[in-house]
Design a protein around this ligand. Structure first.
Ligand code: ADP
Ligand code: ZN
Ligand code: ZN
Length: 736
């Protein structure tokens, strides 16, 4: 009988499903798609997912193993999420067994039971109800405990402790069978109506945007809220969500990074009280499971989270918001290379609900979809607080003497602002002390042995650090090449600027905010608190400071090296720079005090710099869209990238040549397809391996995906995988 065999998904990088036998005790069980199972796999026991009953042809073979256990009564994911997983696996050309594991939090992947944290409760037994309390003469505490439980009914061990009743006392009573222990799931209580009633008066632009969206809250339209920094985009989507929550629906809000979670959570809690939960990697596994279950059972109205939250099940999802939709961190850079924004859009389509994309610097893809009418564009040109947008001032560095990267003029401006009791933000997108170390006598440079990159000098602790492979080395005492011992540190990093500014402006605090200084738990939140106090200070930071934060007292943003990025080899480079500069500039002058952005540059006359200096992102992005249209680059064509890596560059290249030969011989490289490569990746050597790539472009997504299907089945042939590791990247966003 075919019902005896089932197909199970296993989280391994292989394309096929695995077939298992159902043991007798489960013969009458009706398996539902998505059920978690424990199954033997190799010499391990793993968590698999029931996907389908096996077809009868397969069942003639008898060597299948039995499943061990069924973990859930009912599938934890609903039909649409299972369909979403199936689609994502096909779209990103990544094995379904792996893809579906992203839909579960770590504990459930490991096979834990899908239940909330349990607490111990105590209950009086029948015997305990009628027990004569006077017998307890010599055990007053036991008497007290029993009396209390009789009076108050079941109590948690924790609240009994508050009455001074300890566990041994309770255990003694339990031994006498007067009380018994219960283990009860602690689901979050769905509170209602705790929101504040105080509401901001909306600006005209906000009101109009909300009106447009409100009319289509039950559609599956996509809205792009393109609003300048501080225009109150958050307020717009908060109000839209409110309308849906009032109808009993839930919202999923994606944010690009964990640093923004506390601020977002606070804004939401002001409106929705406790019905808000957040999901990100700073939470421990238990906390993540509780939030996941709360969302799945509909106990939270709003879940805010980073990239992987797009997979969280929601009982009655009404809208998905992707804030800072342009942000590169929505795209996973390895293994399953999905874009959380694009998955969100497809999920919303399956659920027939609207999606709100928000950004002050929309991505080229989204902006072009808005311009061609696929998305509904809502524009907010003014700041909600009435503040003006900051003015952009270029500072020509040609012929100027710099002190640790600062021109005299910039130092003066910084000093002026501080004396006016304002805050200053100095932006440099490079952490560490210096870019590299150079031998003064022979010119030797501190390259990383494992990457085509310099090792960065760090000052605390003093060591060399490769930012590409995380390799660390102690400082050299002598030059490995000429044995002399005098070095020069070359180039600027945030640590060096911090040191310099602390000396230069010693009466003011200098806070450095980058991924090194905020590694410790709560470090970032603590910095934010200091900034919020509003005292004059200098912030030095990387792109971490550019994202979404509201710093009301920053009046000057100084961009130390505006030229970096302008000359990028990546066709997406100019988009990236414009976003970064616009975002970091947006931290200036957000409230009462006007803001100013100073850009130090050597190439003021470069057309792109001229465009940037206008401070008009929208016109900038429209120009990029035009360029892309004329060169037929994405989004005017679609791209899939195949990358190969191995310990030898030629081997990586040859592998790609073999793949191309296969596609040519099987006539899968159709006419409209453009192929670029094989070429070494921008950084060919990384972490000791040599990377080459080939990209396929086509104006037809369908033919490109057909090609990738064939390519995938070729790549997964067992003989391919030995010496070369490969990856398929659909809609890649970087060339590094
Ligand atoms: P964005 O998300 O566009 O960057 P926010 O929603 O964070 O902007 O709003 C920026 C600041 O303006 C916040 O301090 C917010 O409280 C405030 N704000 C938003 N809407 C209004 C309004 N209608 N009136 C006054 N202040 C507002
Ligand atoms: Zn030397
Ligand atoms: Zn390295």
């Amino acid at each position: 009988m075919s019902g005896d065999l089932i197909d199970v998904l296993i989280p391994v990088p292989l394309l096929e499903n695995f077939t298992y036998k159902v043991p007798k005790e489960y013969k009458n069980k009706k398996f539902k798609k998505g059920l978690r199972l424990k199954v033997p796999f190799g010499n391990r026991i793993v968590t698999g997912i029931f996907w389908a009953y096996s077809d009868s042809i397969k069942s003639k073979r008898a060597s299948y193993k039995y499943i061990k256990e069924i973990l859930d009564e009912d599938p934890l994911l609903d039909e649409t999420l299972l369909d979403l997983a199936d689609w994502a696996s096909r779209y990103y050309h990544y094995p379904l067994g792996e893809v579906i594991s992203y839909f579960f939090p770590p504990t459930l992947r490991k096979g834990a039971e899908a239940r909330f944290r349990r607490s111990t409760y105590w209950k009086v037994t029948d015997k305990g109800d009628f027990f004569d309390l006077s017998i307890f003469k010599r055990a007053p505490k036991q008497r007290e405990a029993l009396e209390l439980l009789r009076e108050r009914g079941d109590m948690s061990q924790q609240s009994l402790k508050a009455y001074g009743i300890s566990a041994p006392i309770l255990n003694n009573l339990a031994k006498k069978e007067l009380i018994k222990k219960l283990s009860i799931e602690q689901a979050p209580i769905k509170s209602v109506g705790s929101e504040t009633t105080e509401q901001k008066k909306l600006t005209r632009e906000q009101r109009e945007s909300i009106e447009v969206i409100s009319k289509e809250l039950s559609s599956n339209k996509i809205f792009l809220i393109n609003g300048v920094t501080g225009s109150g985009k958050t307020e717009v989507y908060l109000r839209c969500i409110k309308q849906l929550v009032d109808q009993g629906k839930q919202a999923l809000v994606l944010i690009p990074e964990i640093g923004l979670a506390p601020q977002a959570e606070r804004r939401f809690k002001e409106m929705f009280g406790d019905r808000v939960a957040s999901f990100h990697s700073a939470k421990n596994e238990r906390e993540r499971l509780d939030v996941w279950l709360g969302a799945q059972r509909g106990l939270y109205d709003i879940v805010i989270g980073t990239r992987s939250s797009v997979f969280i099940p929601m009982k009655n999802l009404g809208v998905i918001v992707v804030d800072e939709e342009h942000d590169a961190s929505f795209k996973q850079a390895d293994r399953f290379r999905y874009s959380a924004r694009d998955i969100a859009l497809y999920r919303a389509k399956l659920n027939r609900i609207p999606t709100l994309l928000a950004s002050a610097t929309p991505s080229v893809e989204s902006m072009s979809n808005a311009l061609n009418g696929k998305y509904k564009l809502l524009t907010l040109k003014h700041r909600a607080t009435g503040a003006d947008l900051p003015t952009f001032i270029p500072l020509d560095l040609k012929g100027k003497v710099l002190e640790e990267g600062f021109s005299e003029q910039l130092l003066e401006e910084i000093s002026n602002e501080l004396n006016k009791k304002n805050q200053v933000l100095v932006f440099l997108n490079r952490r560490g002390f210096a870019c590299s170390l150079i031998c003064k006598s022979c010119g030797w440079v501190s390259y990383c042995d494992r990457c085509d990159a310099h090792m960065t000098l760090h000052s605390n602790p003093i060591q060399l650090h490769c930012h590409h492979c995380e390799h660390k080395k102690p400082l050299y005492t002598e030059c490995p090449s000429c044995k002399h011992n005098e070095f020069e540190s070359y180039g600027l990093g945030t640590e060096r600027i911090e040191t310099y500014l602390k000396k230069k402006f010693n009466q003011f605090p200098v806070l450095r905010i980058d991924s090194d200084s905020t590694r410790k738990k709560n470090a970032f939140t603590n910095y934010l608190k200091v900034i919020e106090e509003g005292e004059p200070l200098i912030l030095v930071g990387t792109q971490m400071l550019a994202k979404g934060h509201h710093f009301p007292d920053v009046t000057l943003v100084a961009i130390l090296d505006a030229d970096s990025g302008i000359f990028s080899a990546d066709f997406r480079g100019s988009e990236r720079v414009a976003q970064l500069i616009t975002q970091v500039s947006g931290r200036a002058g957000r409230e009462k005090k006007p803001g100013k952005v100073i850009l130090q540059t050597y190439c003021q006359e470069h057309p792109q710099m001229e465009e940037l200096l206008k401070g008009d992102y929208e016109s900038f992005v429209k120009k990029i869209i035009k360029d892309r249209a004329s060169t037929k680059s994405p989004p005017f064509s679609f791209q899939i990238k195949l990358q190969a890596e191995s310990f030898n560059g030629l081997q990586s290249r040859d592998f790609l040549v073999t793949c191309l030969d296969y596609l040519n011989n099987t006539q899968h490289l159709s006419k409209g397809m453009k192929t670029i490569g094989p070429l070494p990746s921008l950084m060919e050597k990384k972490s000791g391996v040599y990377r080459w790539e080939v990209s396929f472009f086509s104006s037809s997504r369908k033919s490109l995906h057909n090609l990738a299907d064939h390519l995938q089945s070729f790549l997964y042939l067992p003989k391919q995988t030995r010496k070369v590791r490969w990856s398929i990247d659909v809609d890649p966003i970087s060339t590094v």
